[in-house]
Design a protein around this ligand. Sequence first.
Ligand code: ADP
Length: 173
Amino acid sequence: MNSVSTRNAVYVGSFDPPTLGHFDIISRGSRLFQRLTVGIGINPDKRPLFSPEERVDLVKQIASGLPNVDVVCFEGLTVNFAKARDAAVLLRGVRTVSDIELEFTMALTNHVLTPELETVFLMASEKYSHISSSLIKQIAQMGQDQAATSLRDFVPPCVIQPLLEKVRRPKTS
Ligand code: ADP
């Protein structure tokens, strides 16, 4: 018997930026598990728009009404992060068949690394299944006024201004 708890789950990702689709998974996950930790992955191979600290801050704002949700950033393997958070469940969201292909490979790999960690998938809600962080970055590059209006359908309100700022002055580090 392992010591990690099935009442605790981690939901990991880039969240660059966090979207309404991410928030939907976070709020549904918070109802399924006693404690849900959102893990913002630090990936040295990617050049994110937002720093890990900025993403933590944005997700904290988004999840501020959900008392059983923690938000932290982490480096290294997801399986080690889950263990550190005493979580037996890795929560993921799936939108499309192509998501499933990637997620399946990842879940199998994680299962080999840590058999006691179960991956649980939530299907994206119909109204958010088209939303991705990369698409949002493209929308943000439209004219500022048009982007500000359009983004309301894709990201929580607190993300809009920081995102428009970033696109205006892309991060150099
Ligand atoms: P990653 O780099 O791990 O793909 P993302 O931030 O893009 O990080 O996604 C994190 C998790 O959220 C993944 O499980 C992804 O499938 C899920 N996800 C992303 N967008 C949505 C959405 N619109 N609806 C539901 N789940 C989503």
